[in-house]
Write a protein that binds this ligand. Structure first.
Ligand code: DER
Length: 225
């Protein structure tokens, strides 16, 4: 469908920024899945890179496509990270975590020398918060963490899988999806959430993005920070 075509377009455009010798942060999500497919083809054509995946799902797919992988045991620097997003606001602040990989994504995306976000135009918003904000929390005492988060004026929902079992992240934590409606000052909300005992990380990615590549029916638009 058209959205898939747009995701494929921006995914293939992003691969052009990957150069020989790079260590590349591999994001997570369906748009990134298209990027991994294209990157695999470039690797087959001789592109010499190593990837660090931000989820078990991305790791599996990268292996399937023959993308060489490494990890922080071997490298402590990432030249370029490419990732998706659930919402992108006018300041290029992001709301991420729809796929449940926000912790590893933020670890990789924040250390990368350059961060490129790829998305279909539907992700562009004037303000963050229509999408529920994912917050990763430790399992122990999650009910208390949820109570403290709710005191920041939201309703936290414990993420469940389709079979109604509790969703467990790659880091063996839970995710609370929080309805803040409007998030006028993402960094302020991130800081308040991050200070709460039991909170591991939030899906607010502020001041991290260098370039956004947006796919729409009539082509590709790039926003540079
Ligand atoms: O969970 C995430 O942050 C992912 O990047 C995800 O939100 C991107 O989703 P999509 O590319 O499948 O729309």
């Amino acid at each position: 469908n058209q959205i898939d075509k747009n995701k494929k377009k921006v995914a293939e455009e992003a691969v052009k920024y990957i150069k020989n010798g790079m260590t590349v942060g591999l994001g997570s999500g369906s748009t990134i899945d298209w990027m991994l497919k294209k990157l695999g083809e470039s690797v087959k054509d001789g592109l010499d890179i190593k990837g660090i995946p931000t989820s078990v799902k991305t790791e599996k797919l990268a292996r399937e496509y023959g993308i060489p992988l490494t990890d922080f045991t071997n490298v402590l620097e990432i030249d370029l990270a490419i990732d998706g997003a659930d919402e992108i606001d006018d300041d290029l602040s992001l709301l991420k975590g729809g796929g449940g990989s926000l912790v590893r994504e933020k670890i990789v995306d924040s250390v990368a020398k350059e961060l490129i976000i790829i998305a279909d135009e539907s992700k562009l918003v004037s303000g963050l918060g229509d999408f529920l904000l994912p917050v990763e929390v430790v399992q122990f005492g999650w009910e208390l963490t949820a109570k403290h988060i709710s005191q920041l004026n939201c309703v936290p929902y414990l993420r469940k899988k389709s079979n109604n079992e509790i969703f467990i992240t790659d880091n063996n934590n839970y995710i609370l999806d929080c309805s803040f409606e409007k998030i006028p000052q993402p960094i302020r909300l991130h800081e308040k959430l991050k200070l709460l005992t039991g909170v591991v990380e939030t899906g607010l990615f502020v001041g991290m993005v260098d370039r956004v590549i947006i796919g729409s029916d009539n082509g590709i638009r790039t926003h540079v920070n």
